[in-house]
Design a protein around this ligand. Structure first.
Ligand code: HEC
Length: 104
């Protein structure tokens, strides 16, 4: 699904990478903030009628948006632990949706 490749995977990778190397400048925090914003909107975009596959799908998608919003707040505070916590919350929704809707 292109929305994963375009708006979810690179952005969540950037957030998860904070664990290995925290942003070291205001510019890097600003770039990470935009990634979190894209993730937030991607969650909403997944709930559009042409994409939604049901109530659980929407719950995972909106959960993804909420975790991304949590990341934005942490990024605004340049809070590395908070950004990692948001990343951990985010993964729950990735795996939750994949578990149910990704057919192997
Ligand atoms: C609301 C459901 C949903 C959520 C939330 C979700 N995914 Fe997906 N994801 C899918 C589906 C469905 C596919 C299979 C797409 C296809 O058939 O091509 C997929 C595929 C993928 C793939 C395989 C590559 C591809 O393009 O098919 C990756 C990697 C991926 N998701 C990563 C993530 C990550 C990381 C997150 C969380 C940050 C996430 N996904 C959140 C539904 C979701």
């Amino acid at each position: 699904m292109e929305i994963m490749d375009a708006m979810v995977v690179p952005q969540s990778d950037a957030l998860f990478a904070v664990g290995g190397a925290a942003p070291a400048s205001d510019a890097q925090w600003a770039a990470l903030r935009l990634d979190a914003i894209v993730l937030m909107e991607a969650g909403r975009a997944l709930t559009l009628p042409e994409r939604s596959q049901g109530a659980d799908w929407d719950a995972s998608s909106l959960g993804m948006s909420a975790a991304a919003a949590q990341a934005v707040a942490a990024i605004d505070a340049q809070d590395v632990d908070g950004a990692l916590a948001a990343g951990n919350a985010l993964i729950e929704h990735c795996t939750g949706c994949h578990h149910q809707y990704l057919t192997p």
